[in-house]
Write a protein that binds this ligand. Structure first.
Ligand SMILES: *Cc1c(COP(=O)(O)O)cnc(C)c1O
Length: 370
């Protein structure tokens, strides 16, 4: 048996509808910032429970523009979890600001609010909570810190479209919030795409300019902007996919429940913990385990693909050596890097596949203990 890490087969049944939509798009002769982008922006803003969504080119650009819209730049500090995907950190350093890393909680893998308090000073401008692996951050303390110290929140919602804290969807907590529609995200396009969600009319206006050369009126440039637009064609597809997001997320949650049930008695494994008041849409199903690399190799030999998210944290990447961190600087982050393993999970993954993965993990630990 072969179990892929991810499969797009669950979209197969939409093929005819997508082709028909593509044909309409093709015939529209409107290929940049047309009615499809506008429609999707309204639908996605609605979904997140905010007034505006601004479609952009990808998640990294969404983060970068969010920071720029708040005027973050040289001399500023931005608080970010140490255990995030590199893009969160790249967006910060693009602006000239310094990323200030905070350790996650070891049970949820999301940023530890106590760690945030320790890092706040006069230069702190923004906190970027990342809803990692699909689980919403516990927002209460972060929101309290934000209002007490006057520091903005920008969510990195790339992995968690549809997750909730306190019954409210992610993408609605910060002054503006970035997300990615990279194909394998929970809401994935057929190429690169992203968005920023915000309740603020003025920030929305600014972001619309920033993504389009810094221009609100054609050939009138009020700021130095970018070409970071959402592609019209991707917007066409995203509107269709958005209708299915909740179903796909439920399917991911079902798969996660099966994994948890199957793996709960294995002592060598730590299963995901979902915090009180939070939900996870299981962008990834991440366990921590003894002898991670041997387990991964064993599963690979059985035809099961797994991945590590993420093998080298940002503070230990070569590109950030000038930040001056050494191994051991963020021990919880490094522990997660060294022990985490993401198991195959995607909407519609078969119970048979999950049973095979579970059985193989059991076999591995039985074998090495005997
Ligand atoms: C995928 C991802 C991004 C970047 O999104 P792209 O669309 O690939 O640029 C940023 N942050 C996190 C947490 C991600 O998972």
């Amino acid at each position: 048996m072969k179990v892929d890490f991810y499969s797009f087969d669950f979209r197969q049944s939409l093929k005819d509808r997508l082709l028909k939509a593509f044909e309409e798009f093709f015939n529209s002769n409107s290929y940049i910032l047309g009615s499809a982008v506008q429609l999707f922006e309204n639908q996605y803003a609605n979904y997140c429970g905010v007034r505006h969504a601004i479609g952009v080119s990808n998640g990294l650009d969404a983060l970068h523009l969010s920071l720029e819209s708040l005027g973050v730049g040289e001399g500023d500090e931005v608080i970010v979890p140490a255990n995030t995907f590199i893009a969160t950190v790249l967006a910060i350093t693009y602006t000239g600001a310094r990323p200030v890393f905070v350790e996650p909680k070891i049970d949820t893998y999301n940023i530890n609010p106590n760690g945030i308090l320790d890092k706040i000073n006069d230069r702190t401008r923004v906190i970027i909570p990342v809803h990692l692996y699909g689980q919403a951050c516990e927002m209460k303390e972060i929101l309290d810190i934000s209002s007490k110290y006057g520091i903005h929140i920008i969510e990195d919602n790339a992995q968690s479209q549809g997750a909730e804290w306190n019954g409210r969807r992610t993408g609605s907590f910060g002054i503006c919030n970035a997300t990615s529609f990279y194909p394998a995200k929970n809401l994935g396009a057929l190429g690169d795409a992203g968005a920023i969600t915000t309740d603020s009319d003025s920030i929305s206006r600014k972001l619309r300019s920033l993504r389009n050369y810094g221009s609100a009126v054609k050939y009138i440039n009020s700021m130095v902007g970018y070409n970071h637009r959402l592609d019209e064609c991707q917007a066409v597809f995203l509107s269709i996919f958005l209708e299915y997001l909740d179903d796909w997320n439920s399917s991911r949650q079902d798969a996660a429940r099966m994994y948890i049930e199957g793996l709960k008695d294995i002592d060598e494994i730590v299963l995901p913990t979902i915090a009180e008041g939070c939900t996870s849409v299981y962008h990834l199903f991440v366990i921590r385990c003894n002898q991670r690399d041997s387990l991964q190799e064993y599963l690979k030999n059985r035809g099961i693909s797994t991945l590590v998210h993420y093998p080298i944290p940002a503070h230990l990447q070569n590109c950030y050596r000038q930040l001056g961190y050494k191994k051991g600087a963020f021990p919880i982050t490094e522990l997660i890097s060294n022990t985490c393993l993401s198991l195959p999970l995607y909407p519609g993954i078969s119970p048979k596949s999950i049973e095979f993965v579970v059985g193989s993990i059991k076999d591995f630990y039985t074998r090495i203990s005997s």
